[in-house]
Design a protein around this ligand. Sequence first.
Ligand code: P5A
Length: 436
Amino acid sequence: MRLSRSLIPTLKETPSEAQIASHRLMLRAGLVRQTASGIYAWLPAGWKVLQNIARIVAEEQEAVGTQAMLMPTIQSADLWRQSGRYDAYGPEMLRITDRHQRELLYGPTNEEMLTDLVRSGLKSYRDLPQMLFHIQWKFRDEVRPRFGVMRGREFLMKDAYSFDLDYDGAVISYRKQMLAYMRTFQRLGLKAIPMVADTGPIGGNLSHEFIVLAPTGESGVFFDAAFEEIDWEKASFDSESPADLERFFQLATEAYAATDEKHDEAEWAKVPADRKREGRGIEVGHIFYFGTKYSEPMGLTVSGRDGAAVVPHMGSYGVGVSRLAGAIIEASHDDAGIIWPDSVAPFPAVIVNLKPGDEACDALCEQAYAAFKGKALYDDREERAGAKFADADLMGHPWQIVVGPRGAKTGMVELKRRATGEKVELSLADALAKIG
Ligand code: P5A
């Protein structure tokens, strides 16, 4: 993308409405704009970030055998009457009436819809287990939308649902999802800790929240420092092996960790003092096992091994995809701006032309830009060098390729790594090889 022709409206001033770093930086770096309270437009660079996060979430879902699908945002009220949640959900649900006076709603979650959809497809115990997910916008009319995309009213969620014959099967599905979550958050450059949690309006009796540590987080957390050291990608767990899943689950849940609502002094006392950590965190995911809470009232049954009807056990598994964009920035920024992990950066590199109009500079920049096949950002604006450097740091591209008139004559550029600030002078070819 050529910056001179892009809608990436960076701001020098700190917007007064933003109270936390990620909200400030998302506005200042031109990633999002609020269009109504708690509702955001994702501008071109922000949309790339959101898609990168969604892609990683989806890849790790598929890696544990979850099928991708897409359900609509608008749902019928009747569906929710079948589970009994239509009246129970309260004012957070955005209720809509169509021209025929039919009652609809903008979906805050999809347990009912998917239970309904599988009713005609799942017939026998042989059709189980099943795991399905989609990445779709949700609406919750939050009393206090705040912190930008962190607590929006419209937000993007990955929600997965599992259907198993019995409790033991459901536990395996639950562990597969937890494994996918640990791998997902690690690929996003985050340390996320699974914590025993309350189930709230989703219901059920087995639930974990995934918390990213950040001082501005809404949840208070207690955890064992040993947890932060585990490499979930290197530890090779086979999601098809129940024994591996058991070993994984032990490891993921043994280090005592809980949110403040579930804090247990007796358990906490068992953690060695030098490993005790307390802090605040952002909930980026939440998983639930709720048995037959929806399948039973909605009449979902399959025929069991002996021919008798069995009510499948279900779980649901959420990731706040749009919230993650904010959480990643909370976890990775400095005074100058965002520091994107390579996996989610909107552009792998920015090419900074220090003297547009200079023949050698323009030629070398065009050559660099062509090498990225349009995927890099090319700062070709007629701006002061200082302003370009400040914007490059603010936007947080992992690499900066700086082209000035002196070096350009001999094909040399300055390559800067945003995360470390390290700078080296080298040929364009060597710089491209280093970026990889
Ligand atoms: C699990 C999947 C559910 O809705 N049903 C389907 C279950 N869980 S949840 O905890 O309520 O939400 C899942 C994740 O969505 C994110 N989230 C939000 N993100 C931004 N703004 C909001 N208002 C918001 N509400 C929830 C969180 O990351 C949460 O873990």
